[in-house]
Ligand binder design. Structure first.
Ligand code: CTP
Ligand code: CA
Length: 226
């Protein structure tokens, strides 16, 4: 267990963050996934740690180092993401931030052997994956919950829809159609929405955006508590 620092806006707070992509197996050598690098989630974990929090990072497969002082719990599939994030929240959680790019669907079964190609086309049958963020926001003991929404159009509309539908305290929207920003990039531009307001942050590095978001979330946690 890594204990929290005693100073900073999140001193003593327990924070759980999801990050990275998930991988949904098709057969022993293939999977469905997406372009998430994990950078935004790792930058938030680092910023939360520096703000004094005790941080657990539930991470899909990424190629970046664990932030200093943060406990990383690795997962592969969306189902594991739900299981591990719920388990971490069970241990006590004041703030849950979902940055993971979770696959919305998985193959309905994983073939036991490598699938051989034929001269025909092929199709995969997919089933819906569980929504970790919605599940945690719906708990009776729900922490302050923050979601991310990567959109390519109608960013504000979809972000506000997710804020309401998933019953979140805040949603951070980014337009991934903007060249050089978002997925895989070191930079980003986002707008944070909460039920009574909003704030645009960036374009800036993901590290700088993470620091501002943690400060902003800290202000909202204070007002929720008091
Ligand atoms: N999320 C999650 N589990 C899922 C899907 C999404 O925890 N199975 C979280 C993401 O980490 C993000 C938020 O929900 O914080 C929004 O994800 P997004 O993919 O934008 O929303 P969806 O509800 O899946 O809607 P859609 O992909 O259709 O836009
Ligand atoms: Ca989705």
């Amino acid at each position: 267990l890594i204990s929290g620092a005693t100073q900073g806006p999140l001193a003593g707070r327990r924070v759980v963050i999801t990050a990275g992509p998930t991988r949904e197996p098709i057969d022993p050598v293939r999977y469905i996934s997406n372009h998430s690098s994990g950078k935004m989630g790792y930058a938030l974990a680092s910023a939360a740690r520096m703000a004094g929090a005790n941080v657990i990072l539930v991470s899909g497969p990424v190629s970046i180092e664990a932030p200093v002082g943060v406990e990383v719990r690795g997962v592969t599939t969306a189902q594991e993401m739900l299981e591990y994030a719920s388990g971490a929240v069970d241990e006590g959680c004041d703030l849950f931030i979902a940055t993971a790019a979770v696959a919305d669907y998985r193959p309905d079964s994983c073939a036991g052997d490598k699938i051989k190609k034929t001269d025909e086309g092929m199709s995969l049958s997919l089933v819906r994956n569980p929504d970790t963020l919605a599940a945690i926001a719906a708990r009776a003991d729900a922490p302050f919950t923050v979601g991310f929404a990567a959109e390519t159009r109608d960013v504000e509309h979809y972000a506000l829809d997710k804020l309401t539908r998933k019953k979140l305290n805040m949603i951070v929207a980014n337009d991934v159609s903007a060249p050089g920003l978002g997925f895989n990039s070191d930079s980003n531009a986002v707008t944070a929405f909460w039920p009574q307001g909003r704030e645009a942050i960036g374009p800036d590095t993901k590290v700088a955006i993470a620091q501002r978001l943690i400060a902003l979330i800290g202000e909202h946690l204070e007002s929720k508590a008091g």
